[in-house]
Design a protein around this ligand. Structure first.
Ligand code: GLA
Length: 376
């Protein structure tokens, strides 16, 4: 029965796509709703990954760099020769060549930032003014280089704790609370036409969501240009709930900013289902392996994941007027950061051979759903 419904949906799409041989694609299905993005790695934007690249070109109209614009990669050393733009340049060229909306990720973050950033030549902590000057140089150099080419930037990533207070990062401790506002101001100076976003995980949890709302209101009161909130969505099979996701989209939209789903995946492994924080360090600390899915995704979980993706996209479809972009954190299951040597995972829409999974069909179907049985 399910398979039959998917077939009907696919035929509908073929007809709207207008070609008897056309396959449904994500970007065509959601063309009038929001952009569909993928985080891409170096083997993909240099076109070495022969399996992933055709999928990216066919399915996605936006890209985010998985790593190459993070501070430790684009600016590994101090000084004027400390930048390494080689890979980032290739990333931007790939996006331009394929007519994609190119996203920059990320300018100011506590993680994947070298220790020297916060220190002087003797290894002593910088003072507020010196760290602000370093932040300004970084943002002006990186944003300025891609001015007019990168459409939007995750200016600050993960500044909030789970309880909604500000994370005690080195940025916060040395500069103070206004490091966030200053980062946005520097980015706006460097490219006045770029869209500027705040990006974080677990924003569906009430305390953190409220902390984010408060933060954005403060920035707006100061006159800071902030155009969007990125909610990462490293999700589990059952959490966060659809009600939490919906509330978050609606509340953020009331702030007058665009909502972006920026790092979507659905973890399938049993051992990690209870960890509802997407902090990279937390996930790595998870004890024990779970290789129950090493030989493949069991059919029951495959179906659960498809249903979960279908429900989330029905919700995104319902709120398409508030959502600007939905970006997956990877292309095929084999690419995902959620794989570890002792924990094979299957979090995305394409399997390790690049074949669309039942979750893909469920997402396509949600694009066309006029009414949705699970949503009022
Ligand atoms: C965070 C970051 C991303 C990425 C993912 C996991 O969510 O924003 O850049 O590092 O973790 O890989």
């Amino acid at each position: 029965m399910k398979a039959h419904l998917f077939t009907v949906a696919a035929i509908g799409l073929l007809m709207t796509a207008g070609g008897a041989n056309a396959q449904p694609t994500l970007k065509a299905a959601f063309k009038d709703q929001f952009l569909i993005g993928a985080a891409v790695n170096q083997r993909q934007f240099t076109e070495e990954d022969k399996r992933g690249v055709p999928i990216i070109k066919a399915q996605f109209n936006s890209i985010t760099p998985e790593n190459v614009l993070k501070w430790e990669l684009v600016h590994p050393r101090p000084g004027t020769n400390g930048y390494d733009f080689g890979p980032a340049d290739r990333y931007v060229e790939f996006g331009e060549k394929n007519g994609m909306t190119i996203i920059g990720h990320t300018l100011v973050w506590h993680s994947q930032t070298p220790r020297w950033v916060y220190q002087d030549a003797e290894g002593k902590d910088l003072d507020r003014e010196a760290l602000l000057a370093r932040m300004r140089d970084h943002i002006h150099t990186v944003v300025g280089r891609y001015k007019g080419r990168i459409k939007g930037w995750d200016v600050v990533n993960e500044a909030l704790n789970d309880n909604g207070t500000l994370r005690q990062s080195r940025w916060f401790k040395i500069i103070g609370e206004d490091y966030i506002a200053r980062a946005f101001e520097f980015a706006h100076e460097a490219d006045p036409n770029a869209e500027l976003y705040y990006n974080d995980y677990s924003l569906e949890n009430e305390a953190k969501r409220n902390g984010c709302i408060e933060l954005v209101k403060k920035l707006q009161a100061r006159g800071v240009k902030i155009h969007g909130i990125g909610t990462q969505h490293h999700n589990k099979l059952a959490s966060p709930s659809l009600a939490q996701i919906e509330k978050t989209i609606v509340e953020f939209s009331k702030l007058g900013v665009k909502v972006m789903i920026t790092e979507l995946d659905v973890d399938t492994v049993a051992a990690t289902q209870r960890n509802t924080s997407a902090d990279v360090a937390d996930v790595a600390r998870q004890t024990g392996g779970d290789n129950t899915q090493a030989a493949g995704l069991p059919e029951d979980i495959q179906q659960k994941q498809a249903q979960r993706y279908g429900e989330m996209f029905a919700l995104f479809h319902k709120h398409a007027d508030k959502i600007d972009r939905v970006t997956f954190w990877g292309v095929t299951d084999g690419d995902s950061w959620l794989n570890r040597p002792d924990r094979v995972n299957h979090p995305l829409l394409f399997d390790r051979n690049g074949k669309p999974k039942p979750a893909f069909d469920a997402v396509i179907k949600a694009a066309n759903s006029q009414t949705n049985p699970i949503l009022p």
